[in-house]
Each structure stands twice: as C-alpha cells, then as structure tokens.
Design a binder for this molecule. Structure first.
Ligand SMILES: [Zn+2]
Length: 412
C-alpha cells in the first residue's frame, strides 16, 4: 500500500482513501471578469481515512491564511441559519443558566450572526474571527471581535487577560482547522473550570449515508464521526457529556463538552447511544468507508445523464446559490455554462463574479424573473425547502426545481 501523508490528530500514516474528487480550485475563490483569462490554481480533493483513529481528512495543501483572511461567506444571509442561532441562544440560557454574569466566547464568530442574540439578552460576549471583512461587520453590529486565528497561543493571551469562557462555542469551525491539536488545546485553556463547550460540525455519518460528497472542499480539512471527535477531546483532557443530532448542513452533531475534572455534569444517555450506533454502523471498520467512492462516481454519471437529456430537449437551466459546496459539485461533475447558463445568490459580494473553475456568472435573484428558466438547479440543497418556498413563483411559467443530492431529483 502506498504511504500517504500523516494523520492530523494521531500522526499515523494514512493509507486509505475515502473518496477522490480529482482536482478542484478553492471553492470560495470567486473570480472577477478580469480574472477569467488567467490561470487558476487547482488542488487535489482526496479524502483519507486514518486506520488508527478513524479521522477522515484532506491533506493541507493551502494555508488557512490564504483561505480565511478574506472570506466570502456571511452567515447572516441564510434565514434558517439565523433562526437556528436564535434558538440555540435560548436553549443555552435556559439549560445552563447563562446570564449577564457569564462570559460567552465564540470561535469563528463570522459576522456576529449568533453572538448578537446573546448581546440582545445583555450577556457579555467576545468573538474570535480571522476573516477581517466579516469580523468588521460583527463589530459594527456591536459584537466585540478579535481578528485572529485561534489556537494555544491566543488562548493563553486571552486567559491571562481574564477572558476565559463559561460558554465556549464553535460552530462549523472544527472541520476548518488544520492544526486540530493546537485548536482543541486552546479550548481547554480558554474554558473556565465549570464551563461548557458546544461545537457543531457536519456528521461524517450523514455525509456518507446522504451521499453529500459536495460538502468536501479544501476549507474542510477534517470530517468527524462522533467516535473520532471523542478521542480527540479525550486526548486534550475534555470529555463529551452530551450530543444532539441536528438537521443543519445536511446533518450535524452538536457536542457538549467540559473539563475531565468537572464532575458536575453527568453523561447523557444519547452520548453512549450514538457511540454504540456508530460502532454497529461500521465506523471502526475500514470496509464501511471503502464503498463510498464508487457511489459518488455513480451520482456524477446519473446527474450528467439527466442534464444532457434536459439540454437535448432544449430546456434552459439556471442555478440557485453559489455556495462552496456547489463549487465542489460543479467542478467534480464538469458542469459549466454548457448546462447552467448562470446562477443567482442573495449575497451581493458575489454579484458580477464567476464560480471558481467552472466560470458560471453569478447575478442577483431578480435575474430568474427576467429569464424564466425551465429548471432551477438548487446548489445549497440543505436549504432546499426555504429556497423552493422563496422561489415558488417559477411555477407561474411551469418552472421546476432540480435538487442534485443525495441523487438528482425534480420537484414541481
Ligand atoms: Zn489518526
């Protein structure tokens, strides 16, 4: 067997491939019209699985500084995500008594989409966000934010200044951390003795079972099962005492962790339940991981077969959304303007730009009304219900929705 890179957690050599999506550009590097005639860097999108700790992971080809310093993703552009954030803030204040005496810190706080709900409740907050452009939006909203990458070094500085957390939040960040050990070590330092960590990240189980290969991109260095994340936390002196399975981002886990030494929190039954289900499901068995690659190839073939058929019938297809995941799908399947004439996005930052690699132009949503396409191809399929509701007027001219994942489907 060919020796690959080493595991970012346990440092064992990686021998096994979960899926190989070929070469792809960075999925958030939208292009301006001037950039269309220039070379674009493409990097391998090959996911390994570690046979020691079962962490699924990409090799780090690109430094986080070049990915995250100017980031196009503003959390506040998705209504259902804001709703999710508000519900979370209510849940935490009720369940753990987080109030004006507490200190809430969020890592990768983005544009303040979540901390703003704690600010509303007059609870002291602090965000940490490396992307200066989104962090500035948070600061303008009244969410104090440190513009830095988080790790042991920053945690020590914050602890020294008395900025430790009673509630330490990390949503959709753990997957995006290249130096996983440095990050979790930092969380251990930043957490007050009786504090609580909650983190949300896409569940590897849902990725595999739901065929969500498009959630694989260079910005996501790691893909976690519950078993793998538990090992990583345990190694750093943190224990997971509760877990919830959420529907967000195609199926995520929300874990609740505390210091090993903290005996005030008892382990919820659903923690041991999930552990048991993952083991029965095959997550500690390499055989489980090896069938995924073939399933992904088959999905590509049937999606292309559908699009070719539609184009032969003279149908027009427009995209909806230009999310990172869309770019993995478009590049892996080779879908360009020969299939999708243009796409639209609510984020004005992307208007007038082009999708990386596939060069599909991005417009404001009004364009759909003007051109009346036969099909609207929904790229952020995790928001498909919300989008179909929002765009229901395409039915006025007989327009239909295409949803590509878990397999191509058409909705009236
Ligand atoms: Zn490992």
């Amino acid at each position: 067997m060919q020796k690959g890179p080493t595991c970012r957690f346990c440092k064992a050599y990686l021998y096994h491939t979960l899926v190989d999506l070929g070469m792809s550009p960075l999925c958030e590097s939208y292009l301006t019209a001037e950039q269309l005639n220039q070379m674009e860097p493409f990097y391998p999108l090959r996911v390994y699985v570690c046979d020691k700790c079962f962490l699924a992971q990409l090799e780090e080809y690109v430094s986080p500084e070049s990915i995250f310093s100017e980031y196009a993703y503003f959390s506040s552009y998705a209504d259902s995500w804001l709703e999710h954030a508000r519900n979370y803030s209510d849940l935490m204040t009720e369940r753990f008594g987080i109030d004006h005496r507490s200190h809430v810190v969020e890592l990768a706080s983005n544009d303040g989409y979540l901390l703003q709900y704690f600010v509303e409740k007059e609870i002291p907050v602090l965000g940490v966000e490396p992307a200066a452009n989104v962090a500035r939006v948070a600061i303008e909203k009244g969410v104090p934010t440190i513009i830095r990458f988080f790790g042991e070094k920053l945690a020590l500085e914050m602890a020294k200044e008395g900025k430790q957390a009673d509630l330490l939040i990390g949503n959709n960040v753990l997957a995006q951390v290249p130096d996983l050990n440095d990050f979790v070590k930092g969380m251990k330092i930043l957490l007050r003795p009786k504090g609580i960590i909650t983190m949300e990240f896409p569940h590897l189980w849902r990725l595999i079972a739901g065929n969500q290969f498009d959630t694989i991109y260079h910005e996501h260095f790691s893909y976690f099962s519950f078993i793998a994340v538990e090992k990583i936390f345990a190694f750093h002196g943190l224990r997971i005492f509760d877990v919830e399975e959420l529907a967000t981002h195609g199926g995520s886990l929300r874990i609740y962790a505390c210091h090993n030494e903290d005996n005030t929190k008892s382990v919820a039954k659903r923690t041991t339940d999930l552990q048991g289900r993952e083991i029965t499901g095959g997550f500690t068995d390499l055989g489980y991981y090896s069938s995924f690659g073939e399933k992904v190839k088959e999905t590509k073939r049937s999606l292309l077969a559908f699009l070719i058929q539609a184009k032969k019938q003279g149908k027009s297809i427009a995209g909806y959304g230009a999310p990172g995941k869309g770019n993995t799908l478009l590049n892996y399947c080779g879908i360009r303007t020969d299939f999708i004439e243009y796409t639209v996005d609510r984020n004005p930052y992307k208007h007038g730009k082009f999708t990386p690699g596939t060069h599909i132009p991005i417009y404001a949503p009004d364009k759909i009304q003007e051109t009346r396409p036969d099909y609207l191809f929904i790229l952020p399929w995790n928001f498909k219900d919300e989008i179909m509701k929002q765009m229901s007027y395409i039915r006025n001219w007989g327009g239909q929705f295409i949803v590509p994942i878990p397999e191509v489907g058409v909705y009236q």
